[in-house]
Design a protein. Structure first.
Length: 366
């Protein structure tokens, strides 16, 4: 089966209760989450495209018209995604529909081709991706389920898994969990924005920062570097130092060049090189990070400088002031920070998981 044989159902109810605002219109790069998915869907030769919403609005109508989507409103509001599925499946002409939640910014629809292949020669009514847990809102559904979903809703059942377990279904395993990362909370959105900015860069950056010195930024990086290396990720580090530094020992040729007035010195050996460049003003850490070659990732250690996405560390010293580009924070004692995912300061395994997520698609090239 090909994409031209299926209908797309974009499930975009609109409650966003955990987010606190309508996540369909969360903006990144001038484009909202819903429009982001609609644009990607328009590039595929699908049989038809439906936008399933709780209630229509001028903004939703505009997106539907622009991207060739047919609006389908819920029959009864407040019943969750099963209502959207029931209404959408009742409208399709194809045997199967690909149902996708609008809050998965990293899902590329073409990556779901294995679901279409799994249908061939089988009588499954649902084909679900699985990444340790199943993904019912990025799955393939047979149109016969419209009546079953409607009946379940009439009985007060809203859990998709309950209906799925009662019909012939199958799983297709996916190794990349980030494909199905969904934005439910403000903390999720911070993580998503951090990854999105890295997906626009040739080499991804992650800044490790803290409000005061002696928080443990260097130790934090030392702990994650071996784990990243074991994963095959070549990591460079750029460190900002407010105290100044001196690379060379007195008497070395490069030291003699500097002493004689050289504004910059480069030393190249069979195993590497370094460049020391004198500047009138502090060099931009991001610009220096961009000059590193043969690396898959750059970690920038700095108190106040660096770039998005940022991981903030806190060791009960100074004031924890999370910045706009903070994607996550690691603290010695729990701070109950708002709208940011918080983890123990010494949890290096989670730190690696967060960093590799924030790398974006570049991780695949490592």
């Amino acid at each position: 089966m090909e994409f031209s044989d299926v209908t797309l159902l974009i499930i975009a109810g609109g409650k966003s209760s955990r987010m606190g605002r309508d996540k369909r219109f969360l903006m990144y790069g001038g484009e909202g989450l819903l429009e982001h998915l609609a644009r990607k869907a328009a590039a595929l030769p699908l049989a038809a495209r439906f936008l399933c919403v709780e209630e229509s609005s001028p903004a939703l109508q505009e997106i539907a018209e622009r991207y060739g989507l047919t609006l389908v409103e819920d029959g009864v509001q407040g019943r969750g995604p099963m209502e959207g599925l029931a209404r959408g499946l009742s409208r399709i002409k194809t045997d199967y529909a690909l149902a996708i939640s609008c809050d998965m910014p990293f899902l590329e629809l073409k990556e779901l081709r294995p679901l279409l292949k799994a249908v061939e020669g089988n009588d499954f009514q649902v084909i679900l991706p699985r990444t340790g847990r199943r993904q019912p809102l990025a799955a393939l559904y047979h149109r016969a389920l419209a009546d079953r979903f409607a009946a379940a809703l009439k009985e007060g059942e809203r859990k998709l898994g309950k209906v799925i377990d009662e019909v012939p279904h199958a799983f297709v395993d996916f190794s990349d969990e980030a494909l199905f990362f969904n934005v439910n909370t403000a903390a999720d959105w911070r993580m998503a924005c951090g990854r999105l900015v890295n997906e626009q860069r040739p080499t991804p950056f992650v800044t490790i920062s803290a409000p005061v010195s002696n928080t443990g930024k260097t130790t934090f990086i030392e702990r994650v570097l071996p784990k990243l290396s074991e994963m095959g990720i070549r990591t460079g580090v750029v460190k900002g130092d407010c105290h100044g530094y001196d690379v060379d020992e007195e008497g070395k040729d490069s030291w003699r060049f500097k002493a004689a007035g050289a504004a910059g010195v480069a030393v190249v050996s069979p195993h590497g090189y370094f460049i020391e460049q004198r500047t009138e003003t502090r060099a931009d850490l991001v610009a220096i990070a961009a000059r590193l070659t043969d690396v898959d990732l750059v970690l920038i250690e700095s108190r106040r400088h660096g770039t998005a996405p940022r991981i903030e560390l806190y060791r009960d010293c100074g004031e924890l002031a999370l910045q706009e580009d903070t994607a996550a924070c690691f603290t010695k004692t729990k701070q109950d920070v708002k709208d940011v995912n918080e983890y123990p300061l010494d949890d290096s395994d989670t730190a690696v998981r967060i960093i590799t997520f924030l790398m974006g698609h570049q991780k695949k090239n490592a």
